[in-house]
Design a protein around this ligand. Sequence first.
Ligand code: MLT
Length: 412
Amino acid sequence: MAAINENYLKLKAGYLFPEIRRRVVAFEKENPSARVIRMGIGDVTEPLPAAVRQAMHQAVDDLGRHETFHGYGPEQGYDFLREAIAKHDFQARGCEVAADEIFVSDGSKCDCGNILDIFGPGNVVAITDPAYPVYVDTNVMAGHTGEAKENGEYDGLVYVTTKAETNFTAEPPSQRVDMAYLCSPNNPTGTVMTRPLLERWVQYAKANDTVLLFDAAYEAYITDPAIVHSIYEIPGARDVAIEFRSFSKLAGFTGVRCGFTVVPKSLKGRTKNGEAVELHKLWHRRQSTKFNGVSYITQRGAAAVYTDEGRAQVRDLVQFYLANAAIIRQSMSEIGLTMYGGVNAPYAWIKTPDGMSSWQFFDYLLKNCHVVGTPGSGFGAAGEGYFRLSCFNSRKNVEEAMRRILDKLKKP
Ligand code: MLT
């Protein structure tokens, strides 16, 4: 028998979302007449924007003619998409990011995990708590942690706990770390990091030779003009940060699959002898070897997001989900529950009522309202006592879910 990667055996339970699905399927089996509304996983519900669909249809036709046929594409993405991203997402915001620093991929979840391929063992890694579970689990799989402790935390990771009092945003830790994951707008709390806070992180990273892994998958949901969309809007960030972006929540690509990662050429890691090496070169090598690029059809669809038509359509899509968030906020306030997020992000982070644990509230809502959310404790120990509702749903479902919750929880 082949030896296995025993780090996988350290992983606590199943991945959070399959575990939720398992419980919901069991409930539906026992209650076949219940119409369950799913507001757990953040998966989009609205159709692809017309500009994206038209570009994809055209791309299919391109593949149907010898003159415009495409076989293997460049592993890092087609220039037409990398150039559009560099221009609109970065240069238009005054960020110094070149097209060849952008690596198009099949999504930011994959990149957040795969990026660990280019980092060696022994790095001290900081992760905010609560956090998107992929950050922790991929570090466990890569052998960067010890065993799980009683409270679910892993030995060897530095947890930077975030609290309600600081709007669930994290200050840099007092100790030195080699790598730190940041996510803003945040999944799961829906809160955002301010410019001064990000400046403190960049200063910390410069002073400590830390690489920041900045997940900006939800930047399209920022409504506050004071909040930065990219870490590269902070001076000096090019030397310390990798940024992950996604078309999933921006343009409805959760099933289509497309995202990108920015690795600036000025960002360096070191060998064990202390020699500095460009991380861009390593990621380029990694992607060229292990990845064959995103389909031409998908990349044409993604590029259409940057046309005038496409930009207007994705703006409408984002507004639609933010309006769902506003409906949830209104209902939570009527019940008297404290809610964070939902203004610059598509997630509502709710304090559970009556001291219920996150999983107790999950079971309560499923049983009494037939509504599925995500227990905050699934995102880390500091998420206990909170509950996440995703704003990605049809208007009809959000209104119906809120009506059911109000019926049960609103005090007369
Ligand atoms: C979530 O619900 O947290 C996200 O949908 C997960 C993801 O984007 O992978």
